[in-house]
Design a protein around this ligand. Sequence first.
Ligand code: THG
Length: 265
Amino acid sequence: MLIIGERINSTRAQIQKAIGERDAAFMLREAKRQIDSGAGFLDINCAMSLGDEVQDIDWMISVIQSEIKDVNICIDSPNYLATERALKVYKAGGELFINSITGEESRIDKIVPLAVKYNTKLIALTMSDKGMPHSADDRFEVARGMLAKITAKGFKAENLYFDPLIRPISTEPEQAKEFLRSIPMIKSLGARTVCGLSNISYGLPDRKIINSTFLAMAIQSGLDAAILDPTEKQVVSSIAAAEALMCKDEYCAEYIKAFREGRLL
Ligand code: THG
């Protein structure tokens, strides 16, 4: 499973501060730590920073790619101009995600051509103008409709990652089951799946226990990628174990490597 490191996000006070102060050393430390912990992509979000988001994202990507060769980046911005700037400034030889679009037509019309032009992967939230989905069937129907519109614009289904949107089980107890049920349904369309992990445990104590157990279940259901904190050993240990158990890790080589490198609990 692909790990997208979530730590470079301006909802975190330390990141907001580092962006404001143009603290390149801090940004690079956060980037390198996540890659060393197993992140394949770095999510870059500065939507909550206090300055100009276009200039902020330009600076963040420039700093990170100046030191990390071939870094893979997930551009996480609701702002079209910031997304476009990020694509233009990215020069490293790696891969990109655009995170994200919803069923909103005007954003699909603007973002999908950018994703085609820059040959990126794309995250699509299964959210229509009717709001957040409740059942697996709702999620599947939204995904089906969006997939048709997106592939009609020349974007390949295999590069499309649907995020079925996790809701907290503390307030909506059936949401984990519905989310898990939606994974194989969405994958039957030929698209892939991704999620932001931490919402599942919102409002509960010892959130890592819920997060890591849920992720193991999602891996069994076929989840392809997750946005999470790769420096949390409990979550990383669950991923390594679940992948070995699901035959996604030949001879348990990755599990053993993670153990040897001290990445397991
Ligand atoms: N789906 C998609 N993209 C996403 C999300 C998603 N991007 C943003 C978010 N959700 C995932 N990223 C983060 C980044 C940081 C934190 C949580 C999710 C975080 N949270 C602290 C916490 O939960 O305790 C609070 C912040 C703080 O440290 O002050 O750090 O779902 N496609």
